[in-house]
Design a binder for this molecule. Sequence first.
Ligand code: FES
Length: 150
Amino acid sequence: MSTLFFVNDQQVEAGPDETQMPLLWFLREKLQLTGSKFGCGIGQCGACTVHLDGAAVRSCLLPVGKLQGSRIRTIEGLAQGTRLHPVQQAWLDLDVPQCGYCQAGQIMTAVSLLERIRQPTEQQICDNMTNICRCGAYTRIHKAIRQVAD
Ligand code: FES
């Protein structure tokens, strides 16, 4: 049986032979949405983070067969036309990325946090921002989140 769900407000269909495919690969290879990255493949690093019905999830662990009727948002779905999402803008303003590889996942986790908690405390930022950055850009990541929250 096929699985129908939405990616950035467009309906998509995964075939019966794709039910076990991790969402990350469905996004990257079938939909050519390559902003979400593969890091570890075991749910640890967060490079693959997308939103599932608004919650930040690690798409490398999510089989598309479980997504019937779900709404997925990826980094490609954040901007409104040419207008960046405020979190993306803060990332640019504060020059957050170093190598940049993990940053789509970082931004998706930050957006989900700020949608749930408008003005998170430093502790809430630390508790929620569990994505790994090998360049160690954590100070700038937290600063950008605080800039959007203020
Ligand atoms: Fe999914 Fe690392 S690639 S958590």
